[in-house]
Design a binder for this molecule. Structure first.
Ligand SMILES: C[S@@+](CC[C@H](N)C(=O)[O-])C[C@H]1O[C@@H](n2cnc3c(N)ncnc32)[C@H](O)[C@@H]1O
Length: 289
């Protein structure tokens, strides 16, 4: 089992009842569990009693019922998202990571998201927004809301910064003076007029769409509104590598396609009047000097 790990006073608290943990075996296979006294979690390498995990430090190595070793650790947000129950397709972590930076989501921002789906992107947004931000999520399906709430509560508890509206966002966004509008639903172009009203000048709209036809319609709606500039579409390609001894190569399988991101900036004056160009990747910023 190796030398015991010393937990210094500054270390994060020991693993405790009610928190999600990830069990990792030698092959990197992952099992997610929420710690409950008296329960058992079954991994590919055998069973582990929750009582043997509660009170361990994050990263502890424990033995399964078959005598194999597994690591118990707090899941990264992306580990949790990939393992959590889902009722919808998700914004995958590679795309969620880009949404956060490309849409420049910042602590304290006022954001509307639609639709909530399984809550994967919501989790990423909430973490960045922090205790002083606000997130309003629109979702038309009450059963999806229930699933997403369970997913959020298991990871975060239910943050006071979140409001879920059971409402068709195509009927309009109720909030005003928003910093960001983030869309993952079938017809984002139908939200463009109300997003133009709801966003403050300088605010950013970001739409995630699996199909390029959806991109085309969204970009067209953004242009025609006259309220947006700096329109940009991109796709995130993620290629993990195997690095083991002499085997140093890309993984043989990768996720071929998830979706496209389309971003645009709300402007104070109609785009036509300013003749503001769209952005193309690589030509978006002039760096002085
Ligand atoms: C692909 S899922 C969103 C997944 C979510 N981004 C995630 O990462 O878990 C699309 C969601 O949009 C919701 N939706 C579709 N049309 C909507 C509308 N007009 N207003 C609000 N929600 C809508 C669907 O019910 C569905 O839950």
């Amino acid at each position: 089992m190796g030398a015991p790990v010393t937990v210094s006073p500054g270390s994060p608290p020991l693993l405790s009842e009610g928190e999600p943990v990830l069990l990792l075996d030698r092959q990197g296979r992952r099992t997610l569990a929420t710690l409950r006294a008296g329960r058992t979690v079954h991994t590919h390498r055998g069973a582990v009693r929750h009582d043997d995990l509660i009170g361990q430090p994050d990263g502890a190595v424990v033995r399964t019922s078959r005598g194999d070793r597994v690591i118990v650790t707090r899941p990264r947000l992306m580990d949790y998202v990939l393992e959590m129950p889902r009722t919808t397709s998700l914004v995958y972590p590679k795309d969620a990571a880009f949404v956060l930076l490309w849409a420049d989501v910042f602590p304290g921002a006022r954001v509307v998201e639609a639709g909530l789906g399984s809550g994967a992107l919501t989790l990423a947004l909430l973490r960045v927004l922090g205790p002083h931000g606000s997130l309003v999520c629109y979702e038309i399906r009450p059963d999806f809301i229930a699933r997403a709430q369970a997913n959020l509560e298991r990871f975060f508890g239910y943050p006071p910064t979140l409001l879920i509206r059971e409402r068709d966002v195509y009927q309009g966004i109720l909030e005003r003076d928003l910093d960001r509008v983030i869309l993952d639903l079938p017809e984002p172009w139908r939200v463009v007029p109300s997003a133009a009203t709801a966003l403050r000048s300088g605010g950013i709209l970001c739409a995630y769409t699996p199909s390029i036809v959806q991109v085309q319609q969204t970009v067209e709606a953004l242009r025609q509104s006259g309220a947006f500039a700096a329109i940009e579409t991109l796709e995130v390609l993620y290629r993990p590598w195997v690095v083991r001894g002499d085997v140093v190569r890309p993984e043989q399988q990768m996720i071929g396609h998830t979706g496209f991101l389309t971003l645009a900036r709300r402007i104070a004056t109609p785009a036509d009047a300013l003749e503001v160009p769209d952005l193309a990747p690589g030509e978006d910023v002039d760096v002085p000097g």
